[in-house]
Design a protein around this ligand. Structure first.
Ligand code: C2O
Ligand code: CU
Length: 460
């Protein structure tokens, strides 16, 4: 793809159309349908052809699914893809049978078939949904959407912006590069794209008033790219990470968002009227605009007050003294020096592992284990000491729970569901096993997950 960022700026002038769940089709008994299927959308600038994608309800992102905390969420998933699929509701604590993991919580939904998702959304926050079958391909083709669970008493803001970041690997004719899951991507950083979109657009523009207060809900739906973000003309506080309110919002102009992570920000628009406020992506070779706000004077005055705190979800505190500890050693990848690992009951060399599409090992195993990493009793505190023994960053995601990082200082980090580990880093996560069932723990660089970086825990 030869698009330049300048072209991106020109091509991004299209008005932003944000999908909403208000118009989804419904079955006679009024359960809304969520349909996954092929679609053709204009991802590249207007002077390029439209792109064949896979999408939910023919939109990228899929429809925003929105319920109030404590409400029941029902969707009849209709699979019109040429492959089996499922829906995983990322980051929310739900009934294990609704978690969307084939072979662990349900059978994959065959092409033409349906599956009824039905659960109570007890956690408020910003979540997202995506397939859990061949996710390195299906998510990269465009299958993702946002799930919002509103607080009983949402914070007072003037407007809300849902911004879903993604990168695509497009060819010169704007077609998707179909080399999904190749060993080079799997053994390196994953499938890093060459075309970045926000809500499926090159650079969405919105109107804003000076001194307006907005809530930004940022979601990274890319399969491998870590976004380093900067705010300009916006005075912002991070009020939630991965959907969970932080105890003390911090004012910041910079933040990093790894695959699958979310950030909720409260921002006050402080750019001068007639200028732009911006969300930028900061890269080695400079920054570029992801989304912009045309600021005008609406006669508002600078609030200068701290942002409101979000109401916390009901997450039990870990009991560190009684925690059960387990280690998770992550090895492999390019330049990783992994000689071999266990696969299907045998010891395979690195060369043989590559022949099986594997490049990574968790605790010496490159296959998906029959036995859970840990089997915890309901209510027990678990600490997973993760040792990232390789040269690549990873974004480890635990299903069905919110965890905290146990910091060097002994204190605990904010609640989250996806934790980045830099090359050769060690970090421990702790959580109360408060949700019964079988839950995946895997890297959200989705090619890595398929290439050996997936395991699971059991809560009984
Ligand atoms: Cu969004 Cu198993 O993950
Ligand atoms: Cu990884």
């Amino acid at each position: 793809m030869t698009l330049t960022r300048r072209e991106a700026l020109v091509g991004g002038a299209a008005a932003l159309v944000l999908p909403s769940s208000a118009s989804v089709a419904t079955t006679p008994d009024a359960v809304p349908i969520l349909r996954a299927g092929p679609a053709t959308l204009q991802l590249a600038p207007e002077n390029y052809p439209a792109t064949d994608v896979w999408a939910y309800d023919a939109r990228i992102p899929g429809p925003v699914i929105r319920v109030r905390r404590g409400e029941r969420l029902r969707r009849d998933f209709l699979n019109e893809l040429p492959q089996p699929s499922t829906i995983h509701w990322h980051g929310i604590r739900l009934d294990n049978a609704m978690d969307g993991v084939p072979g662990l919580t349900q059978e994959a939904v065959a092409p033409g078939d349906r599956f009824s998702y039905d659960f109570v959304a007890n956690d408020a926050g910003t979540y997202w949904y995506h397939p859990h079958v061949r996710s390195w391909e299906q998510v990269a083709r465009g299958l993702y959407g946002v799930l919002i669970v509103d607080e009983a008493d949402p914070p007072d803001v003037d407007r809300e912006d849902i911004l879903v970041l993604d990168d695509w690997r497009l060819k010169r004719d704007a077609r998707i590069d179909e080399t999904f899951g190749n060993m080079h991507d799997r053994s390196h950083a994953g499938r890093i794209g060459n075309w970045v979109t926000v809500n499926g657009l090159a650079e969405p523009r919105r109107e804003a008033q000076r001194f307006e207060r907005r809530r930004l809900r940022l979601v990274n739906a890319a399969t491998a790219r870590i976004f380093d973000l900067e705010l300009r003309g916006l005075r912002g506080w991070v009020v939630a990470v991965d959907g969970q309110p932080v105890e003390a919002p911090r004012m910041t102009a910079r933040l990093s968002l790894a695959p699958a992570q979310r950030s909720d920000l409260i921002v006050d628009v402080i750019a001068d009227p007639g200028t732009e406020a911006q969300l930028l992506s900061v890269e080695r070779d400079g920054s570029y605009v992801l989304a912009s706000f045309d600021v005008r004077d609406g006669g508002l005055v600078d609030r200068r007050d701290e942002p409101p705190l979000l109401e916390p979800n009901d997450v039990p505190d870990p009991d560190l003294a009684s925690a059960r500890r387990v280690e998770l050693r992550m090895e492999g990848g390019a330049m990783g020096g992994l000689r071999g690992a266990e696969f299907g009951g045998q010891r395979l060399s690195m060369r043989e592992l590559v022949g099986q599409g594997k490049a990574w090992a968790l605790n010496g195993r490159a296959d998906f284990p029959d036995e859970p990493l840990i089997s915890a009793r309901l209510g027990e505190t678990v600490e997973v000491a993760i040792q990232n023994d390789n040269r690549w960053p990873h974004a480890m995601h635990l299903h069905g729970h919110h965890f905290r990082e146990r910091l060097q200082s002994g204190s605990l980090g904010p609640l989250r569901d996806t934790q980045v580990l830099g090359p050769m880093e060690q970090r421990a996560i702790v959580f109360v096993a408060d949700n019964p069932g079988r839950w995946l723990l895997h890297c959200h660089m989705l090619g890595h997950a398929a290439a050996g970086m997936s395991t699971w825990i059991e809560v009984i």
